[in-house]
Design a protein around this ligand. Structure first.
Ligand code: FES
Ligand code: FE
Length: 418
């Protein structure tokens, strides 16, 4: 049995090649839900989405809906949105503020920490033990600088172990805020995509496509971002292990040596923000942060920080996914926040120039896989020029397939585990 199991993965995931069925087989998708989405750490939401006691938002872990609640003690709970009675959703609102949830089917009422408070017509229950009939909670919740992660596994690696070196990118993102804190309450756009979640995951740090797929936005916006993804770019891709990958443009921005160049602007155009940064970090450190800019990192399996936006990937089925996207806002920085929102609308809004192009590619990829030959996808670009950086992490050219290869390596280790 074990031998067959091994053989299956040896066959599906080969060095630099992956089998097309990994993107459309519903049985594989079911196994991914169990072995990846319900086992590893998954990003759920951000503390700033529930700033006040009794605030809640509807979120998900893989295809499963959860409620992220700030309970009356001020702590964050993740509750499974399933009534213990017959399974109805106890909350269908997207967000709000409430101390209790009442199931619409037979009116059982739960406190916002999940405890069953009352059921209708109690005489019919003859003293049933309410303490055993509360909403289930996600067993492990951990928060890093406001980012709320969850794991459905009772034990396993800690969040710190899971993130490893990728934690630097979360720090980098927060450090661009003059208060050191992000605010992710600008609201989410949802993009439903007829493509497997892994096409999206792999695309986020694929630096090979922007020069072609995004040439229109680069030309109309007169953007210098295109130069990060040319054949002679000095930007690199990096793997942090555990499936986390980034495109690191800092070598290019350091070469330009211009604060705010990463944002397509200059320090003079954002005087309030620059003053705030200088007063928080001191001029020298502030200047370095503003030269380096925001990260472009894909935290496995579902959190993509794309400089000025956060994308959360939600798998729906083998052939469908939802991308939830919001503008990053820096806490208490109205001047730059306005521009962050405007640029987000321009790139990923309903009439945006960027995500529509990517989505078109995901969906065409997915349709293409209905053609059964050749059986494998080819991921060998840049294999010969992979190297280790000063921290021992694997890096490649910004246009190389290194992120995909590293994602599949980690994917395989999770799927092979028992
Ligand atoms: Fe919720 Fe019956 S299903 S009260
Ligand atoms: Fe893209």
């Amino acid at each position: 049995m074990e031998t067959n199991h091994r053989k299956q993965w040896d066959d599906l995931i080969q060095p630099g090649m992956v089998h097309g069925s990994l993107y459309h087989d519903e049985m594989i998708f079911k196994e991914e839900v169990e072995k990846i989405w319900f086992r590893t750490w998954v990003y759920v939401g951000h503390e700033s989405e529930v700033p006040n006691k009794n605030d809640f938002v509807t979120k998900s872990i893989g295809p499963m809906p959860v409620l992220m609640v700030r309970n009356r003690r001020g702590d964050i709970d993740l509750l499974l949105n399933r009534c213990p009675h017959r399974g109805n959703a106890v909350c269908v609102q997207e967000k709000g503020n409430r101390t209790s949830f009442t199931c619409p089917y037979h009116s059982w009422t739960f406190s916002n920490d999940g405890t069953l408070m009352n059921y209708a017509f109690p005489e019919g229950y003859n003293g049933a033990d309410k303490s055993k009939l509360g909403l289930s909670k996600v067993p492990r919740v951990a928060i890093y600088r406001g980012f709320v992660f969850a794991s459905m596994a009772l034990d396993g690696p800690t969040l710190g172990e899971h993130l490893g070196g990728a934690v630097r990118t979360l720090d980098q993102a927060c450090d661009n805020s003059p208060t050191g804190e992000l605010n992710l309450s600008a609201g989410f756009l949802r993009h439903r995509t007829r493509a497997n979640w892994k096409f999206i995951l792999e695309n986020e740090c694929d630096g090979y496509h922007p020069a072609f797929v995004h040439s229109s936005i680069f030309s109309v916006s007169d953007s210098a971002i295109g130069s990060l993804y040319g054949a002679d770019a000095v930007a690199v891709t990096r793997s942090f292990g555990n499936g986390h990958t980034e495109v690191d443009p800092r070598p290019e921005f350091r070469r330009r040596n211009e604060p705010m160049s990463w944002f397509g602007t200059t320090a003079e155009k954002l005087p309030d923000y620059v003053a705030q940064m200088n007063s928080t970090y001191g001029e020298q450190r502030a200047r370095q942060i503003m030269i380096d800019g925001m990260p472009h990192v894909m935290i496995f399996p579902n959190l993509f920080i794309a400089e000025i936006q956060i994308f959360v990937i939600q798998p729906v089925s083998a052939t469908e996914s939802i991308q939830h996207v919001t503008a990053i806002q820096f806490k208490d920085s109205p001047e730059i926040n306005r521009r962050l929102r405007q640029q987000t609308m321009g790139s990923v809004g309903p009439a945006g120039f960027l995500l529509a192009d990517d989505t078109e590619m995901y969906e065409r990829n997915q349709r293409g896989l209905e053609i059964r030959s050749p059986e494998y996808l080819y991921l060998k670009r840049g294999e010969h020029r992979e190297r280790r950086d000063e921290d021992g992490l694997l890096v490649g050219h910004s246009t190389d397939d290194l992120p995909s290869r590293e994602i599949w390596k980690h994917y395989r280790s999770l799927m092979e585990a028992h």
